[in-house]
Design a protein around this ligand. Structure first.
Ligand SMILES: Nc1nc2c(ncn2[C@@H]2O[C@H](COP(=O)(O)OP(=O)(O)OP(=O)(O)O)[C@@H](O)[C@H]2O)c(=O)[nH]1
Ligand SMILES: [Mg+2]
Length: 591
């Protein structure tokens, strides 16, 4: 599906990074012809405080949006919100100052986020020889996720190096992986404001999926509708990732929004406040107990619990729409140290037993990514709602079976189906007057979350009939079944009142029909013409257990409250089955 409107060229988004006053905003200004410093205070002080946005069309026709971040150490929170959803970076270092505190801090952030596409601009080349700085910074960047980064010396004052920078930019952007424009939308909001006559507007970097007027999303638990979409200052029929977007929303007031909220495709994400993550590297130093977690434009507090090795559990102070595979940035506000963390589980198991944390850590270390990881995760969960599993960020692993909206771990359906016959026969032993267990009983026995799952686990000769799991091979013709049901109902009221021959005949049950009912396990023939319900052995025994031992046939008959016609064959039938024992004087006792 191509959702890019015809004629709409590709767009890329990159963020600046670098120390305060090194010339980020000046470079964006000469590159785009736009003023990235939006606030009067910023322009007055010559200092970027909050994120700035500017864009241009490169010579190739490719459009480039730039998120300009502040370099001052006090505004690193804004910087983090700006780079969170952006796949590429423009690292800016001044030739007359070189590698500086916030150069290091910003580069550490990009490294922890795993940014792989970057360009180095050494600015102010009119003030000092850029060569040593180019060499030094390139070497430092080579040791990060950005690897070998093209470097260009520029001057925003003389214009030196700008054509070369543009060429280098085009090359970096060509290498960016294509975004998934069909994916669910999770737009981390970086600004929310009102426009008179239009209402609430939010902006953000659309990293995946697409947005069009009329689309519905969830935003902070509310359903909102998109009234209009703008991208790079123009209304568009649809904006597809990667893009900077401004969305006019119906259904939410600006007072209820803040940076870090996320606009979500309904049902595609789940909120979670506990995640298991693995850190990019095994931590050498002690881990912060209460790191701040950054993802997208969001910032939340967290408590960190080490599991084992590089695996840790994070308890967030606010639930976030996280998925397996998300990269989080953990930051220690005290030391300003940052760590990258990959989300491995957004619905992790509780750690109750001693050693559970260590075991969980080992489990995560061994758990692969992708569909093999999905298989391992699903095996632990056994059964999960398919939509929930997808919202966690997992693909459907091969071999998993889907049933009525549920996903069963590979092999589980067969394993459970093999247990059903046992559940049925156990039930029938205990409740002989019933043909088989209700689906709910089977659900409980198999520890399943939904009785609807039972249908998919009933294999021939068992069938699901009338909400019960019964022996399908023992199906009787409907008229015979009705007659047998009538007799079973009477036996349920009085288990020893075997129907008389005329009753059976009146019900249409001849020798053939009765034999079929016995074969199907619905009636028990204890003697010539004497039919009782299955389980009569247990019922007879329990009555006999209530009288003194040994007992005579007559005493047994009275205990059962029945006639000699029934009592005589029943007694012998019980003898034959070892329920009772016949003594030399013809008296009996229970075995
Ligand atoms: N001579 C010279 N001055 C420059 C150049 N680039 C920027 N400047 C000056 O350096 C100062 C800071 O530039 P900015 O672009 O605001 O720096 P910044 O990196 O955006 O700073 P923050 O956003 O506060 O981190 C301004 O006075 C600029 O005019 C350059 O290439 N040559
Ligand atoms: Mg600036």
């Amino acid at each position: 599906m191509d959702v890019t409107p015809p004629g709409s060229p590709a767009m890329d988004v990159l963020a600046t990074a670098g120390h305060v006053d090194h010339g980020k905003s000046a470079l964006v200004r000469v590159l785009t012809g736009m003023e990235p410093d939006r606030w009067a205070e910023e322009r007055r002080r010559g200092l970027t405080i909050d994120l700035g946005f500017a864009w241009t069309t490169l010579p190739s026709g490719r459009r480039l949006a730039v998120v300009d971040v502040p370099g001052h150490e006090r505004f690193v929170g804004n910087m983090l919100a700006g780079v969170g959803s952006v796949p590429a970076a423009l690292v800016v270092v001044a030739a007359d100052d070189g590698w500086s505190a916030q150069t290091a801090e910003h580069v550490a952030v990009l490294d922890a986020l795993g940014v792989r596409h970057a360009l180095l601009a050494v600015t102010k080349s009119d003030l000092a020889d850029p060569a040593p700085v180019l060499a030094d910074v390139a070497e430092r960047l080579a040791a990060t996720s950005m690897g070998n980064v093209p470097g260009v010396a520029v001057s925003s004052v003389t214009g030196r190096g700008l054509p070369e920078l543009t060429t280098a930019l085009e090359r970096v952007l060509t290498d960016l992986p294509a975004p998934d424009v069909t994916a669910a939308v999770r737009l981390w909001i970086d600004r929310a404001f009102t426009i008179r006559g239009a209402g609430t507007v939010v902006t953000g970097t659309l990293a995946a999926g697409s947005v069009a007027p009329g689309d519905r999303f969830l935003l902070g638990g509310r359903e909102v509708t998109v009234r209009g979409v703008q991208s790079l200052g123009e209304p568009v029929e649809r904006a597809a990732a990667t893009a900077r977007v401004a969305l006019n929303l119906r259904g939410v007031a600006v007072e209820d929004l803040s940076r870090g909220d996320a606009l979500l495709t309904p049902d595609a994400f789940r909120l979670t406040d506990v995640v298991d993550v693995t850190l990019g590297a095994e931590p050498g130093e002690r881990l912060p107990a209460e790191p701040v977690v950054h993802v997208g434009s969001a910032t939340v507090g967290a408590r960190l619990r080490p599991l084992d090795g590089a695996a840790v559990r994070l308890r967030l102070t606010r639930a976030l729409p996280l998925r397996v595979g998300d990269r989080l940035l953990l930051r220690d506000p005290g030391t300003r140290r940052v760590l990258g963390a990959d989300v491995r589980d957004v619905d992790p198991p509780e750690l109750r037993r001693r050693g559970a944390a260590r075991q969980r850590g080992a489990e995560l270390a061994a758990q692969p990514d992708g569909s093999a990881g999905a298989a391992a995760d699903l095996a632990r969960r056994r059964v999960v709602r398919a939509a929930d599993f997808a919202a966690m960020g997992w693909p459907v692993p091969p071999g998993a079976s889907e049933q009525g909206g549920w996903l069963l771990a590979p092999g589980l359906a067969d394993e459970l189906a093999a247990r059903v016959p046992d559940v049925v026969s156990r039930y029938r032993r205990l409740r002989p007057l019933e043909q088989g267990p209700p689906a709910e009983v089977v659900r409980r026995a198999l520890d399943l979350p939904d009785a609807d799952l039972v249908a998919g686990l009933v294999r021939s000769p068992l069938v699901l009939r009338g909400g019960r799991v019964v022996d399908g091979a023992a199906e009787l013709p409907p008229s015979v079944q009705r007659a047998v049901d009538g007799i079973l109902a009477r036996l349920a009221a009085d288990p020893f009142a075997a129907p008389e021959a005329p009753d059976l005949a009146a019900a249409g049950l001849g020798a053939r029909e009765l034999a079929a009912a016995v074969r199907s396990g619905q009636l028990v023939r204890v003697g010539e013409g004497v039919y009782l319900a299955p389980g009569i052995d247990a019922a007879a025994r329990s009555r006999l257990a209530g009288i003194p031992q040994p007992f005579t046939l007559s005493q047994a008959r009275q205990a059962w409250g029945t006639s000699r016609r029934v009592a005589v064959p029943l007694m012998e039938w019980l003898d034959a089955r070892g329920v009772t024992e016949r003594l030399p004087d013809n008296a009996r006792r229970l075995r």
